[in-house]
Design a protein around this ligand. Structure first.
Ligand code: ADP
Ligand code: MG
Length: 363
């Protein structure tokens, strides 16, 4: 028999041309966004502070009424349903536990509201606490727990009634780095075991990359780009996405003809991407960038840019070499550990890469 806590199946959420404007004179907090979220998907809304992530989550859960557009759950329009009829689990950054209730009473709270019997409640609370590794903590109160443990209680409370969707608004942002990483693994395991649809909000790109099936990058209330972490990293569709997710070398030159991109006095071969016209910037990721000390050492067919090394730092698995290019822009190359340390701040180099490793995006 499947247990009741783990018996949920993920709901399909569709956001259809959804907008929210808090005041008539203000720019929209969420501006005509559309996303189809697959049943059981782990999707992350990633973006800087104020980009509309929380507003979107609050519209999904029902705390905030959309100005226009629709929200569907498994094909049904739920835009006008009150939160309790949507039945979604929610976890906030600040735990939001009831301080006067014990751990068990906190987790039981959604079941009491739903008039679940005492026997069934005890069984489900036990299961939910076991799921987040808190068995034995039933009688403690929130102030007797660490931040990480409190957030586990909040997770247990959010899934105890078997919702089809779990919404998490920066649930780990208040925790220190070590704890955050261990809770990230916990959240990932929960998703694997519960098979619910997770909509996760964060402003932390590494967290988004490690957890998500897909990431939607928010910018000023709009979705700037959406895709798997690998797609967004290797083939960013916009400069904002490239800059927000990981490091980049960004060159502002001119894509003059089909095959040639001009940057300062250099003419670079354009690889797979051949969209001409408009202002395009050329982007290369640091781990695709190598360094040569003179022009003769640049392999045939590679594109190269003149730079000066401005910093070298050791990251355990690679060296990050910070580069200042001829036009003043700053980028970096990630060099594998084991390569001879031939560069130091002040060294003049040519950063080079294969044309197929570059991406041209709209400015
Ligand atoms: P994020 O979660 O990405 O930081 P929010 O959704 O909280 O962004 O905010 C988006 C925009 O909407 C911001 O400009 C913010 O100031 C504004 N905003 C958020 N909540 C309210 C509110 N209750 N009333 C008025 N403006 C709000
Ligand atoms: Mg927020």
């Amino acid at each position: 028999m499947r247990s009741s806590v783990t018996a949920g199946s993920g709901g399909r959420i569709e956001l259809v041309d959804l907008s929210k404007r808090y005041g008539s004179g203000e720019p929209p907090a969420v501006d005509h966004i559309s996303i189809d979220i697959e049943p059981g998907e782990f999707i992350t809304l990633l973006g800087p502070s104020g980009s509309g992530k929380t507003t979107t989550l609050n519209m999904i859960v029902g705390f905030t009424e959309p100005t226009s557009g629709a929200i569907r759950l498994n094909g049904q329009d739920i835009s006008r349903l009150p939160p309790h009829r949507r039945d979604f689990g929610m976890v906030f950054q600040n735990y939001a536990l009831f301080p006067h209730l014990t751990v068990a009473q906190n987790v039981a709270f959604p079941l009491r509201e739903r008039k679940v019997s005492k026997v069934e409640t005890d069984r489900r609370v036990g299961e939910a606490l076991a799921l987040v590794d808190l068995a034995g903590m039933e009688k403690r109160r929130p102030h007797e727990l660490s931040g990480g443990q409190q957030q586990r209680v909040a997770l247990a409370r959010a899934v105890v009634f078997s919702p089809s969707v779990l919404l998490l608004d920066e649930p780990l942002s208040a925790l220190d780095r070590k704890l955050r990483q261990s809770l990230q693994r916990e959240v990932k395991r929960l998703h694997r075991e519960l098979k619910l649809t997770f909509v996760f909000v964060t402003h932390d790109q590494d967290e988004a990359m490690t957890l998500s099936d897909r990431i939607a990058i928010f910018d000023h209330g709009r979705i700037d780009a959406i895709g798997t972490p690998a797609e967004l990293y290797h083939r960013p569709a916009t400069q904002f996405a490239a800059r927000f997710l990981g490091e980049s070398n960004v060159f502002a030159g001119e894509h003059r003809t089909d095959d040639v991109y001009e940057w300062r006095d250099r003419k670079w071969t354009v690889g797979g991407e051949r969209r001409v016209g408009g202002n395009r910037v050329l982007i290369v990721r640091p781990e695709r960038t190598a360094l040569a000390l003179d022009e003769r050492s640049v392999p045939a067919g590679a594109n190269g840019a003149d730079a000066v090394v401005t910093d070298v730092s050791f990251y355990g698995t690679y060296y990050r070499v910070e580069l200042t290019y001829g036009d003043g822009s700053v980028g970096s190359a990630a060099l594998p550990v084991g390569t001879p340390a031939t560069v130091s701040p002040g060294t003049k180099v040519i950063a080079y890469w294969r044309p197929e490793d570059q991406v041209l995006v709209a400015e």
